[in-house]
Design a protein around this ligand. Sequence first.
Ligand code: AMP
Ligand code: FES
Ligand code: ZN
Length: 309
Amino acid sequence: MVKCRRCLVEEASVWIPYAKLHLCKKCFSEFTIKRVRETVEKYRMFGSTDKVAVAVSGGKDSAVLLYTLKKAFPDVRFTAFHVNLGIEKYSEDCLKKAEALTKMLNLELFIYDLKREKGFTIDDFKHTRFKRRICSVCGTIKRQVFNEVSEKIGVNVLATGHNLDDMVEIMFSNFLAGDFEQLSRLKPVIPPFHPKLVKKVKPLFRIPENETALYAFFNNIPVREEECPHVKGSRLIERKRLLELFSKENPNFKYQLLSVFLKKLIPILEEREKEKAFTVCEVCGFPSSTNICGACRRIMELKSVLGKV
Ligand code: AMP
Ligand code: FES
Ligand code: ZN
């Protein structure tokens, strides 16, 4: 039996390769909370006077985010919100799990229902030319909704559950697509560059995905069982598998890649983005590089198609 390196009593259940640590369940949970606390403090994500919204999807990462933030910062007031995307079966499960989680933590849950608020669901994009890229459209719509919700509930910080694997995967795919605008958004802290925006933070960005999964499991955190039907067959899974191969050779690979990216490439990209002029979208009023933002353009296209279906 391998003993936990921290308490030296319990049997170790987790091996943390980059820290070369064997930990028991309890010490692993403490280790995770400590890393979340350190990340928030080191990157000055928020303080006790901030109002922080936590985007809870029903999945493990954002559930672990809300759970660990509440434990690490008992004096901060967090407002949890969930967006019901209207994806058949999947969204019902997500909503149930988000409700169960907030009930468990004794927090209120603000629910934004896409169909009720905007008159369409993410599934409706099946009828458009985006039918094979629903995940990407969904991401654009969610970003817009997150801005709206943050304004509605009156917070100045918005936290999302992106983990280390997400960061590296998004970095990788935007890099391959040459999408430097998206790449420059991939920072642990995005300060608001317009009065209608809030500060966006990713407190789990240094935590690998397998650790958020283990944390959720060890702490009996309610998480969705369904997989989003639109993810199946997407290139995301394939890219994640590739990254795993590299990580097997070098356990620090993902973190090293992200560090170089954040330290060396982001400052260059930021300079480039600064020179770009932005305006506000004529439809939603949020900052945009074009007269009508990407989300509003896609929604307009969907509505014109739905009118014909
Ligand atoms: P994703 O874009 O699905 O990888 O999700 C990234 C993060 O966005 C999650 O960790 C959540 O914090 C947030 N998020 C995604 N989907 C939702 C949702 N339906 N409602 C609220 N937050 C969400
Ligand atoms: Fe957006 Fe799956 S959650 S497409
Ligand atoms: Zn718009």
